[in-house]
Design a protein around this ligand. Structure first.
Ligand code: MN3
Length: 253
């Protein structure tokens, strides 16, 4: 596909929006799992939709042992992530967000119009919900499927080269933040990182794209087991990545 066609398609989607997309392209051709995803604002696909409230964790606190210990998982989910969800609820009430009309994804896409509290907690809630869904037990581990493997080879040279770039993004993020794999508007895989609880959906973010994978590199995510050894945590974390989920996210872009 040439550049002109991509631009035309983006312009079409920008102009017609969600209703136009549904009417013009018939969403019924999408596979069942794609219903989890939807178009958003002026981006035809702006990431996996995440509800405003904290969802049940899809596995036990000890499911990711020995990579992520049970106590870290429990505190991370019930204290840190729960607090982001609660503070997001407070911020949306205080700032008059109509949650029936504004998805969390579209709110993040316009985050520059809201308070720092909304940015920190909207991002914090989104990032953690996205993160929990990206992992599975190391006993049940899998490998990248052929479609995304081809993309890794095309955009990074090899899967190993992608992993090195991603790990470096996490290691080199000073202080607290996230490492990301995103797909850009021109369908290229890119690695980067964001500070604090920012993410690539935010209009304020330098790194922009549809998130396919994100890694929490805040100390609270690893300190009990790895202390100051963030690189060890990142190296071990590859054993709990659920590549089926990452592939679904890529397919939906
Ligand atoms: Mn965290």
């Amino acid at each position: 596909m040439n550049k002109g066609n991509n631009k035309d398609r983006r312009e079409f989607l920008k102009t017609t929006g969600k209703a136009g997309l549904a009417a013009g392209l018939s969403l019924t051709i999408l596979p069942a799992w794609a219903k989890e995803y939807s178009s958003n604002g002026d981006n035809p696909f702006n990431g996996e939709e995440i509800p405003y409230t904290q969802q049940p964790l899809g596995y036990a606190y000890n499911a990711l042992e020995p990579v992520v210990d049970a106590m870290t998982m429990e505190i991370h989910y019930t204290k840190h992530a729960a607090a982001y969800a609660k503070n997001l609820a407070d911020a949306t009430a205080a700032e008059g967000v109509d949650k029936s009309k504004t998805t969390l994804n579209s709110l993040l896409g316009n985050i520059s119009k809201y308070s720092a509290k909304m940015r920190n907690n909207g991002g914090g809630h989104y990032n953690h919900e996205f993160f929990w869904k990206s992992m599975r037990s190391p006993a049940d581990s899998n490998v990248p499927q052929s479609a995304i493997m081809k993309s890794f080879i095309k955009d990074f040279g090899s899967f190993e080269a992608f992993k090195t770039q991603f790990a470096d993004a996490g290691k080199n993020r000073f202080g607290s933040g996230w490492a990301w794999l995103v797909m850009t508007a021109d369908k290229k895989l890119v690695v980067g990182s964001t500070p604090n609880q920012d993410n690539p959906l935010m209009d304020t973010s330098e790194l922009k794209g549809t998130p396919l994978l994100g890694l929490d590199v805040w100390e609270h995510a690893y300190y009990l087991k790895y202390q100051n050894r963030r690189p060890d945590y990142i190296n071990a974390w590859w054993n709990v990545v659920d590549w089926t989920v990452v592939q679904k996210r890529q397919n939906a872009v």
